[in-house]
Every structure is written in structure tokens, then in C-alpha cells.
Unconditional design. Structure first.
Lengths: 119, 114
């Protein structure tokens, strides 16, 4: 069974602070994919990043960066110099792949972290 | 930029009524999904659909639920006899040529069962 844990329910920061959102996952699959999605107050789910289990390189995209550590089963997300527009719920998610082709991309989501950035 | 669309944005229905939620996935995508999110909770997988059949479904997706791709563009979720606990936001998603590609989500349909 797969499980994603986002232990931080809510985080509140002041604009320009850096903030890290934690994600810990559990899976027995050797090949899997990790994702982050953003859900702004308007409610839609916006894709941010996908990572496969064989690629542990950290990734940076503008003010966003991701730290994937297989040894600790973590896929943390850092926002540098946060802005009010970053206020949203952030979800970490996991899907698996197997060579038998019986995985069809089902995403298992964490509970989400509510990030509030104050001006 | 192509996007997933969903209609209606909000549906109010009486308990026991049938509802059909509609989605138009991104046109060249092959994998289609429904998820739901009860207010304030996490997003939960309902069903995946590939090659004109259900490929995987969750425990939530019982006999009251069905999905269909009636033509080349629409993807629908039907709830035959709604219950109060079906009240949630329902998201449609699609992904491209591989099931492990990122999924793109529609804006959601808020279903309220009275």
C-alpha cells in the first residue's frame, strides 16, 4: 500500500521568508513517481513537479526547489522569498509503476499543507 | 494552452437523485481519472479509465458510480442515487501517453447533496 504524509497541517510565514513543506512517503514499489500540486483559494489543482524514483537530483525552478531523498523517503518542497500569491494548499502525491502494466497512474495524495503568506 | 474542462461548476441535488458530472479532457491524452475532495480533506482517487474501460478503481467507487466516454471528447461520472456523503468537489484529470505522466486537473465540480 502507498501512503503520503504531510505532517505540517498549516504554516504561516511573512512575505520574503523561506518556507519548506515536508513530504514523507511509503511504498513497496521500486519504481514510483512523486508529485507536488498547488491548490490556490480558487480551488483548482495546479501541477508543479514530477520526479521519478531513479532521479534524486534536486531541482530548482525560480523560487521553488525540491529535495528528493530516497534514504529518508522524503520529497520536500522549499519556496524561497515567499510571496502572498504563494498562499495555497500544497499537496504531495505518489504514483507507482510496474512492468506488468497494471499501474494506471492512480495518485495517492497527502493531507495537504495550508500555507499562508502574510504581507 | 490546452486544459481540462468540467461542467457544471456547481451541482445541487436531492438525496437519491442521479447526477452526471461532465469532463472534457485534453484532446490527445489517453488516461482519464476522477478524484474527489470532501471539504477540507485530501484528494482521493476514485477511478482511472484507459482504452475505453476502467483500469483501476478505489473502494469508494462502488456500484452507485459509473464512468463513460460516450464520444471522442467527453468523459462522464454518474452517481446513480446520491447520498449526503457524496457531497464533495469532484475533479477530472487526464494524462498523456504514459500513465505516469503528470495529470492535469480540471477546475472541479462542487456537488452538494441535500
Amino acid at each position: 500500500a502507498q501512503k503520503v504524509t504531510q505532517a505540517q497541517t498549516e504554516i504561516s510565514v511573512v512575505e520574503k521568508e523561506d518556507v519548506t513543506l515536508d513530504c514523507v512517503y511509503e511504498t513497496r514499489d521500486t519504481t514510483y513517481y512523486l508529485f507536488w500540486y498547488k491548490q490556490p483559494p480558487s480551488g483548482e489543482l495546479v501541477f508543479l513537479i514530477r520526479r521519478n524514483s531513479f532521479d534524486e537530483q534536486n531541482e530548482i525552478s525560480g523560487r521553488y526547489s525540491w529535495n528528493f531523498q530516497k534514504s529518508t523517503s522524503s520529497f520536500n518542497f522549499t519556496i524561497t522569498a515567499s510571496q502572498v500569491v504563494d498562499s495555497a494548499v500544497y499537496f504531495c502525491a505518489l504514483s507507482y509503476y510496474n512492468a506488468g502494466g497494471t499501474s494506471y497512474g492512480k495518485l495517492t495524495f497527502g493531507q495537504g499543507t495550508i500555507l499562508t503568506v502574510h504581507p | 494552452e490546452p486544459e481540462v474542462t468540467q461542467t457544471p461548476s456547481h451541482q445541487v441535488t436531492q438525496m437519491g437523485q442521479e447526477v452526471i458530472l461532465r469532463c472534457v479532457p485534453i484532446s490527445n491524452h489517453l488516461y482519464f481519472y476522477w478524484y474527489r475532495q470532501i471539504l477540507g480533506q485530501k484528494v482521493e482517487f476514485l477511478v482511472s479509465f484507459y482504452n475505453n474501460e476502467i483500469s483501476e478503481k478505489s473502494e469508494i467507487f462502488d456500484d452507485q458510480f459509473s464512468v463513460e466516454r460516450p464520444d471522442g471528447s467527453n468523459f462522464t461520472l454518474k452517481i446513480r442515487s446520491t447520498k449526503l456523503e457524496d457531497s464533495a468537489m469532484y475533479f477530472c484529470a487526464s494524462s498523456g501517453i504514459s500513465s505516469y505522466n503528470e495529470q492535469f486537473f480540471g477546475p472541479g465540480t462542487r456537488l452538494t447533496v441535500l
